[in-house]
Every structure is written in structure tokens, then in C-alpha cells.
Design a protein around this ligand. Structure first.
Ligand code: PHE
Length: 477
């Protein structure tokens, strides 16, 4: 059977941007920015997106478009090595880990969306009375499980439809809706009293904070950049396996990165004026679930037309989360379809069933060995998997594909692609992997005990060893 491809140019961009735009932008981005120096941090973040994010996107695109298969088949066939194929399974596992916790948060959001919409027809949204207590009651346990299943079912439904009639069609509706609703909300929020203060808090150009915490900020900023651009999970490899040779990859990558940043900035322009207008001190509200589901939910309760605003807001978050979760589900699905010749529908059913279990555990959130499962999966596990996943992609492109990567990047790309191709390959093969290993070490807290320069040295050594290992393996093929 012929492999499906995107029907339109804009279809791929919107699907990939839909994958990128998600909870990371709305849930996390505004807080990370506000806490770490406002617009000065934004500048650092943009620098990382440009220097790490866009080249990283290009690396996944090049593998995907050249390989025309799921990450497993693409890595195996492009390298001619079964070890690389095995490594491809790593992305299937990462995707399952991602969707396991993501669909639980998606479930919470669905619930808040439903509650808010009920508020439109008269009833008071249940979370209005005591937001903190309400969230505590629904975040884990059977309630969370039920809504996790609902969110997962919606995700599966879209992926069921296939590349064109499911993912492309879905994201073509979802992404514009997210943008329009967010802009409307930002304008509305800007008219609240206290908006000026909020902007000053959110976007102040605070170089001192950035400078004081530069190395502390680098890790989280890099982690955020990977997560928000959906890098290191094989998503972009998978999506790019459905595109044709006639398009400029650097152009698409840049548009996706810009759209993604835009949504993050817009989300902050909605969140902070709301909190400030009610005298809630954002510095006192913990980022993450608490901020979104307690701080903001409490704000909606006090606003004029609060239920309406809440419905629009949670509607945005539902759509953004859904367009990301479908991209996670598509990875294992494409693996089963490409490797085992399963029909799409059967593959979707199988993967969904697996995530009913793994996500179910996250929804119930038991404590294993003193650690709550949800926090572990959503935090250190996913961070580490994504960082290691992207490092491998970069080394693959730089050292295994080499010239093939350059010619793939140039295909359909015009003069710009030709000009950036060689510096790009150098960055991807050498500079960025070392940078990622460095962040990986800081994530494990090794930098604290080792000190800064030793950590850099270890990063360089690990990077060099990896490169040497890959070269030998390739020589054996
Ligand atoms: N980029 C998505 C977000 O910001 C999350 C994601 C990560 C999606 C990795 C796919 C792969 O919410």
C-alpha cells in the first residue's frame, strides 16, 4: 500500500506546529520566562531556539524525509545497521512515556473545560468555590483516570483518521482556532486593570537575573526548548516522513519555531494580566499544575463573565494539548504500521490500549519507592529521554548520514539551504551534542558536585567517545 503524504504545504507546517504548541507553551513557558529575567530570558531562550532548536528540527526532518519510515526503519535503513534500528525503538518508548503523563494532564483540562462550559448554561463551574481543594480532589485517582481515558479516546480518534483525513484536517482546524482565541483573550486581558503591572513583571528586561543564574538557567531553558519544539522524541522524524522533496526544510523549521514562540508569549500576555488584575501575586503561585488549575481557575471565579473566559481559555488548552498528543501517538502507530504491516486502525487500537495502562498508572499516581509516578515520568524521565534522544539524532545526522544529510537538506531548499548546509552539519555533528551532554549532566546534578569546568570536560569526553563509537560502528557496516 502506498504510504500516505500530507495533502498540502501548509498541512505539514500546521501539523508540526500543532505538535510543538502544547502544554509546554501555555503551562510552563510564561512562568519560566517571568521567573528567570523576563524579556532578557526571552532573548536567551530565542537564542537557544535558533541555535539548538531550528538545527535540531532540521536534523529530524532530514532523517524523516530521507528515510520515509518510522524512526525505527529510518535509522536502520539509512545507516544499514541493526543497532541503529534498535535505537529507534527508544523513540517509540519515549513517545509512550510522553503520552502517558500528557494524556492525564489533558484529562484535567478536558474536565475544567467541561465544567466551565456548564457554567455558560447557568450552573456555577464546580471549581469556582474552592479551586485548590477541587484540583486536589480530581488530579489523581479514579476521576483522573476517567478523564484520561476520554482525552486518550479523542487523540486516538484523530490518529485513526490517518495522515490526511485525521492529523492534517484536525490540526488545520485546531491551530488557527488556538491562535485566534489566544489573541482575543490577550486583548481582553490587556484591558484589565493591572495589565501594565503584569507586563512589567512578565517582560521586564532583567539582565541581572539572567547573568546571576546563567548556568542554572541554561539547563531548564534547553530542556524547555526541546520539550516545546517536540524534539528528541522522533515526532518530527515521523511527521517529516510524510513530506515530499519539493519543499524548503529550513523555511518550514523557522516558521514552526516562530509560531511556537508566539503562542508561548501570547499565553503569558493572557495569564499574567488576569492574575494581576485580581491582586494574585504570581511570584507566590507555584508554576505548573498549581498555576494553571488553581491560580487561574480562582481568577476566573472572580472575573465578570468568568465562565465564558474560562471556557475560551481551557478550550485553547484542550486544542493545543490534543494537537500535541496526536503527534505522540503517531510515533508508535507508524512503527507498527511500517515494521509489522499492521493496518492503521489496528495499530491505533493496540497502542491506545497500552497507554490506557501506562497512562492509567500515572493517573492513579501511586508512590513507588518514595517517588510519585506522575512527577517522575513528567519530570526527570521525559527530560532525560528527550535530551538523549536528540543527542543521538544529531550524532546520526552528523556522523552517519554526513553528505547525504547535506544533499537532503538542500533538496527543495534553494540558495539559503545551500549556504547554511555545511555550518549546520558541523553544529549538528559536534557542537550541539556536546552541549546536550552538558545539559544532561546538569540535569543529573553532576555539575553541582563536579564543578563547572570539569562538567564541561566530561561532556566533551563523553561526546568524543560517542562520536568515536559511532564511527567504528559505521566502519563495520
Ligand atoms: N511540544 C509539546 C508541548 O509543548 C510536547 C511534545 C513533546 C510533543 C515531545 C511531542 C513530542 O506541549
Amino acid at each position: 500500500m502506498a504510504r500516505e503524504t500530507w495533502a498540502t504545504r501548509v498541512g505539514f507546517i500546521l501539523a508540526a506546529a500543532g505538535s510543538a504548541v502544547g502544554l509546554g507553551n501555555i503551562w510552563r513557558f510564561p512562568w519560566v520566562t517571568a521567573e528567570n529575567g523576563g524579556s532578557a530570558f526571552l532573548a536567551v531562550y530565542l537564542g537557544i531556539v535558533l541555535v539548538v532548536g531550528v538545527p535540531g528540527l532540521l536534523a529530524e526532518f532530514v532523517i524523516g524525509r530521507r528515510g520515509k519510515q518510522s524512526p525505527v526503519g529510518a535509522l536502520r535503513d539509512l545507516s544499514g545497521s541493526r543497532t541503529w534500528g534498535l535505537w529507534g525503538v527508544f523513540y517509540v518508548i519515549t513517545a509512550i512515556a510522553l503520552i502517558s503523563f500528557y494524556s492525564v494532564v489533558g484529562g484535567w483540562i478536558l474536565r475544567y473545560f467541561g465544567e466551565s462550559a456548564l457554567g455558560l448554561v447557568g450552573a456555577q463551574p464546580a471549581y469556582f468555590a474552592a479551586p485548590g481543594q477541587y484540583f486536589g480532589g480530581v488530579a489523581a485517582g479514579l476521576d483522573a483516570l476517567a478523564f484520561h481515558l476520554l482525552f486518550l479516546a479523542l487523540t486516538a480518534l484523530v490518529v485513526f483518521g490517518g495522515v490526511r483525513r485525521g492529523i492534517e484536517l484536525g490540526t488545520k482546524v485546531m491551530m488557527p482556532a488556538v491562535l485566534v482565541l489566544l489573541i482575543g483573550l490577550a486583548v481582553w486581558a490587556g484591558a484589565r486593570s493591572g495589565a501594565a503591572e503584569a507586563y512589567a513583571f512578565y517582560l521586564r528586561f532583567d539582565v541581572a537575573t539572567v547573568r546571576a543564574n546563567f548556568f542554572d538557567v541554561l539547563g531548564p531553558a534547553a530542556g524547555q526548548a526541546l520539550f516545546t519544539l517536540s524534539l528528541g522524541a522522533g515526532t518530527m522524524i515521523t511527521y517529516a516522513s510524510y513530506i515530499d522533496e519539493d519543499r524548503s526544510l529550513p523555511f518550514d523549521a523557522t516558521v514552526i519555531a516562530i509560531l511556537n514562540t508566539l503562542v508561548g508569549v501570547l499565553a503569558g500576555l493572557v495569564v499574567f494580566p488576569l492574575l494581576f488584575s485580581l491582586g494574585v501575586d504570581p511570584a507566590q503561585t507555584a508554576p505548573g499544575p498549581g498555576a494553571l488549575f488553581v491560580g487561574l481557575a480562582g481568577a476566573f471565579a472572580q472575573l465578570p463573565a468568568g465562565a465564558l473566559v474560562a471556557t475560551a481559555f481551557f478550550g485553547v488548552v484542550v486544542l493545543a494539548a490534543l494537537s500535541s498528543s496526536i503527534s505522540m501517538l503517531e510515533i508508535p502507530v507508524s512503527f507498527l504500521v511500517d515494521e509489522y504491516g499492521l493496518g492503521r486502525r489496528r495499530a491505533v487500537a493496540l497502542v491506545t490500549l497500552a497507554v490506557v495502562v501506562t497512562g492509567g498508572v500515572c493517573a492513579i499516581n501511586p508512590t513507588v519507592g518514595g517517588t510519585a509516578v506522575f512527577g517522575f515520568v513528567a519530570g526527570p524521565l521525559v527530560d532525560t529521554l528527550l535530551t538523549a534522544g536528540l543527542a543521538a539524532v544529531l550524532l546520526f545526522v552528523g556522523w552517519v548520514m554526513g553528505h547525504d544529510a547535506i544533499s537532503e537538506l538542500r533538496a527543495g531548499g534553494g540558495d539559503l539551504s545551500a549556504a547554511i548546509a555545511t555550518p549546520w552539519l558541523l553544529a549538528v555533528g559536534v557542537v550541539l551534542p556536546v552541549f546536550l551532554v552538558f545539559t544532561l549532566l546538569t540535569t543529573f546534578g553532576l555539575s553541582g558536585s563536579l564543578g563547572f569546568w570539569p562538567t564541561v570536560l566530561v561532556a566533551v569526553l563523553v561526546g568524543a567517545a560517542a562520536v568515536a563509537g559511532l564511527r567504528t560502528e559505521r566502519a563495520l557496516v
